[in-house]
Design a protein around this ligand. Structure first.
Ligand SMILES: C[S@@+](CC[C@H](N)C(=O)[O-])C[C@H]1O[C@@H](n2cnc3c(N)ncnc32)[C@H](O)[C@@H]1O
Length: 383
């Protein structure tokens, strides 16, 4: 079976499962502005600038960029259904004071020649569904002006673990059969609604979450972590900021000399010392040995490789392989996450049984409140 990318899946199903329930536009605006601010980009940085957004989906987050009144704002979205929704959303929120020139392009960024360059390129929630990181980042880079900004978000093998376990349970129910994504979403909505009640600030409809995370084949592609992204950008960019904030740097500013000041090396080493904190949004633990965290990362990655194999061939042998990797992930988790570790060990045993009840496992109180840290945001400056 050929791997499917995010845009291919959305276009094929004619869906854009990334809507947000915006009951309060002021709260939404504030949330988004704070995120960009935390990445070192206050609102004023957008004013009179040329901005490109790649993969805006239905454009709910684009509203806030638009309201910052950039000179031009170009949205490139491969999925026509999503792009039309983005167009509607931006029209709905247009204020008289906005003079931005808007442009909507319905194509894959991979098929566009970067003729025009932009001050700022935004690409949020896209990297988790692409097939070739190097090719994709090289393409994005082509659109960024010298000294311009690139803002990316990524989920990685650790920060997506709990959601991958939810996916595993739903996939063991489907067992490779083709199904209508929204019928399946309806079936699992009641139980997953109970999970998301524990995730304060969740603004996405649960059915969209299920279609995108538990059914969409592109959500089970390999994931990329911060050090891999830095490495792939190949020295052309320096990390400006991240959210969550890994980077602590106590050097004297007068020592930030030389061409590069090693911002990327510091960011990478801080990631490996702290990435176990991506496992749970309820814990913040002290930094630990980088090698221990690399082992944790590899076990989480192996778990998702086994899940991918199971989805291609839903056999008992493949399920057992998943079960074994779950035990190893539990082994590498920090001691303080004892409930989550116990849950994984229990799940490992259940997967060996000839029959298990997915709905019952999904009602496990530990799983119901287990959320990893999900998306991580990174702002880069082109050198
Ligand atoms: C998960 S959605 C994220 C939407 C939005 N940025 C957000 O954060 O809510 C990813 C979007 O990127 C689009 N996309 C993925 N690969 C793309 C590509 N190569 N070119 C243009 N759009 C792409 C998908 O169609 C989808 O709408």
């Amino acid at each position: 079976m050929r791997a499917v990318s995010l845009d291919e899946y959305y276009s094929k199903e004619n869906v854009s499962p990334v809507s947000q329930k915006i009951k309060n536009i002021r709260a939404h605006r504030f949330r988004r502005q704070r995120l960009l601010f935390a990445l070192g980009i206050p609102q004023i940085a957008f004013k009179n600038k040329d901005i490109l957004e790649v993969g805006p989906g239905s454009g709910f987050n684009s509203i806030v960029v638009y309201e910052s009144n950039p000179k031009t704002y170009t949205l490139i979205e491969a999925n026509l259904f999503g792009l039309n929704e983005a167009r509607n959303n931006l029209t709905k929120f247009k204020k008289r004071s906005i003079s931005t020139k808007l442009k909507f392009i319905n194509r894959s960024i991979l098929k566009i020649n970067p003729v025009k360059k932009y001050d700022l390129v935004l690409c949020e929630g896209v990297l988790s569904g692409i097939k070739n990181l190097k090719q994709f980042l090289k393409k994005l880079d082509g659109f960024v002006k010298p000294n311009g900004l690139l803002i990316l978000s990524t989920v990685d093998e650790i920060s997506y673990l709990a959601d991958s376990i939810r996916r595993l349970l739903i996939q063991t129910d489907i067992k490779g059969a083709t199904c209508n994504p929204y019928s399946l979403a309806k079936k699992y909505e009641p139980v997953l609604k109970r999970h998301f009640r524990n995730l304060k600030g969740m603004s996405r409809p649960v059915q969209d979450w299920i279609v995108d995370n538990a059914v969409n084949p592109a959500s089970n592609l390999p994931l990329y972590n911060l050090p891999e992204i830095i490495h792939t950008l190949n020295g052309k960019y320096d990390v400006l900021e991240t959210w969550p904030k890994y980077i602590e740097d106590w050097r004297w500013y007068k020592n930030l000399v030389g061409q590069r000041s090693n911002f990327n090396a510091v960011a990478k080493s801080q990631y490996w010392a702290k990435c176990h904190n991506l496992l749970s949004n309820r814990h913040y633990l002290a930094a630990r040995n980088a090698k221990t965290n690399q082992k944790l990362y590899n076990e989480c990655k192996k778990f998702r490789v086994c899940l991918r194999n199971y989805e291609k061939q839903p056999s008992n042998a493949n399920l057992r392989k998943i079960s074994m990797t779950l035990g190893r992930v539990a082994n590498k988790m920090p001691f303080l996450l004892s409930d989550e570790k116990k849950f994984l060990v229990r799940l490992k045993r259940l997967l060996y049984k000839p029959y298990f009840d997915q709905q019952m496992i999904l009602k496990n109180p530990t799983l119901m409140r287990w959320f990893c840290r999900g998306q991580q945001y990174i702002s880069f400056v082109k050198i």
